[in-house]
Design a protein around this ligand. Structure first.
Ligand SMILES: Nc1ncnc2c1ncn2[C@@H]1O[C@H](COP(=O)(O)OP(=O)(O)OP(=O)(O)O)[C@@H](O)[C@H]1O
Ligand SMILES: [Mg+2]
Length: 210
């Protein structure tokens, strides 16, 4: 990797977190492993929830606090949302099939990765959330070429994306579509639907993604 492999983004309020999620959703590719770090209440689940909504997922996004993992299909992608805060038993890694979830196809978003050190595959990207007096800050770090490509592909942080995210929070999908069309943008889910490599995941397709 020759480019700077980290950056920092201010997230003054929840709408800013959602706007960041909209941008991040457009960069996701099958197989990415994304660690989500930060204290309790730092905003990790908020980010995942907004990310799934940006991909077009319309259902409820529960925190996997007790289930440890929740599974989603959205925008032609398979996503796994782990929260390993309560993960204790290393044998559960095999017996619950967690190892199998990291198959080079699923996008795995992992809260509290430090709870499964030595079991988890390494991250392509880590997002570290810090709680500030006003809002949050997120530090983005790429560890692999795939992770660097993901961060390089982040669309610019234009202020109106915050408005888009705010609309999204209100779950006014019709209004969001009209707004995006007016702004010359497209929902990530639409982009992924038009991207054949995002809809079916096999090793050969993964190689073609980039
Ligand atoms: N950028 C932000 N600025 C201010 N508040 C935020 C921001 N992002 C999220 N929040 C709020 O902070 C809280 C974050 O809760 P969330 O469940 O996302 O945290 P978490 O990091 O997943 O915690 P846990 O480790 O317990 O799972 C929510 O109440 C949310 O509304
Ligand atoms: Mg959480």
């Amino acid at each position: 990797m020759h480019e700077p492999n980290h950056s920092r983004i201010a997230l003054p309020d929840e709408a800013a977190t959602a706007a960041f999620a909209v941008r991040l959703a457009r960069t996701l590719r099958p197989g990415l492993v994304i660690y989500l770090r930060g204290n309790l209440g730092a905003g990790k689940t908020t980010l995942v929830r907004a990310l799934l909504q940006a991909l077009g997922f319309a259902g409820r996004v529960k925190s996997p606090t007790y289930t440890l993992v929740e599974r989603y299909e959205a925008g032609g992608l398979h996503l796994r949302h782990f929260d390993l805060y309560r993960f204790r038993d290393a044998e559960e890694w095999e017996s619950s099939g967690f190892r199998d979830e990291f198959d080079g196809c699923n996008i795995c978003l992992v809260e509290w990765p430090e709870q499964a050190t030595g079991l988890l595959p390494p991250a392509d990207v880590s997002l570290t959330f810090e709680i500030l007096q006003d809002g949050r800050e997120v530090l983005l770090h790429a560890y692999t070429d795939a992770g660097q490509q993901c961060l390089n592909a982040l669309p610019p942080d234009i202020p109106r994306l915050a408005a888009v995210a705010a609309l999204r929070i209100r779950r006014d999908r019709h209004q969001l579509g009209a707004y995006l069309a007016g702004a010359g943008l497209h929902r990530a889910s639409r982009w992924n639907r038009n991207n054949p490599s995002a809809t079916t995941c096999s090793p050969s397709r993964i190689r073609n993604v980039w």
